[in-house]
Design a protein around this ligand. Structure first.
Ligand SMILES: [Zn+2]
Length: 251
């Protein structure tokens, strides 16, 4: 197991980003995916959620009309991690050990955590997928980069099999499971991606997030989708797509 020493600064900023992304932000304030605390009300639930209603560069989006952008290669420099799972009532999140990162055209971002949504949040040409994983990274300045991986129904995913087995079914609980995991097991063969700027997809919907959605989906079985959804009483855990407001999507 290779472990890379990272700066305390990165770890510190990483922790705050970790708290923000993937449903961690605003845990003290109640929000949800339906009804009076649903996505269309997030912006008025609390002053700190204002961007959810007023932001002009919000995520997720419908990826369409992408233009050729001469995008830098997305290089995954991922190592293994201890297995630590959180059910925060909004998503299932795996906190990732330090020492894994991506490199995009010389910009390096450390992997903090990954989590899931069902249905997918981003759409591709108007199509939602049954699930989407978000791999949340931060650079030394605390700026976030999220890699989105789409899941289509097909063969079971071995990593999800292990994750769901150890996931606590009760909301707001954490489980440290035996063994280690490799997040690379969630990636498709091709690193080709769509790029755009956006936000966190959960309150406080903070903007300035660098989004990269992989073009090639991976598979998940029907049973695995159903099992994820059962953690949330079969409710959707995806924010609806947001207006592009003049943003360009690159491919
Ligand atoms: Zn997410």
């Amino acid at each position: 197991m290779k472990k890379v020493l990272i700066l305390t600064l990165v770890a510190t900023l990483g922790m705050s980003a970790l708290a923000l992304a993937g449903g961690g932000g605003g845990d003290k304030l109640h929000w949800g995916y339906a009804g009076e605390t649903g996505p269309e009300h997030w912006g008025s639930l609390a002053p700190e959620f204002k961007m959810c209603g007023e932001g002009k560069k919000q995520s997720p989006i419908n990826i369409t009309g992408a233009v050729k952008g001469d995008l830098p290669e997305l290089i995954f420099d991922y190592d293994d991690s201890d297995l630590q799972l959180v059910n925060n009532g909004h998503t299932i999140k795996a906190a990732y050990s330090s020492g894994s990162s991506i490199n995009v055209g010389g910009d390096r971002y450390q992997l903090l955590q990954f989590h899931f949504h069902s249905k997918s949040e981003n759409a591709i040409e108007g199509e939602l997928f049954p699930m989407e994983a978000h791999l949340v990274h931060a650079n030394a300045a605390g700026e976030l980069a999220v890699v989105g991986v789409m899941f289509k129904e097909g063969e079971a995913n071995p990593l999800l099999e292990r994750l769901w087995r150890y996931t606590p079914s009760k909301a707001n609980s954490t489980m440290s499971a035996p063994g280690s995991i490799e997040v690379a097991d969630l990636l498709p063969k091709s690193p080709a991606y769509y790029a755009f700027t956006g936000s966190l997809t959960t309150p406080p919907c903070t903007e300035g997030v660098r989004w990269m959605v992989l073009k090639q989906p991976v598979t998940v079985s029907k049973e695995q989708i159903a099992k994820f959804r059962r953690f949330f009483d079969d409710h959707d855990t995806n924010r609806p797509v947001q207006a592009l407001n003049g943003r360009t999507v690159y491919k």
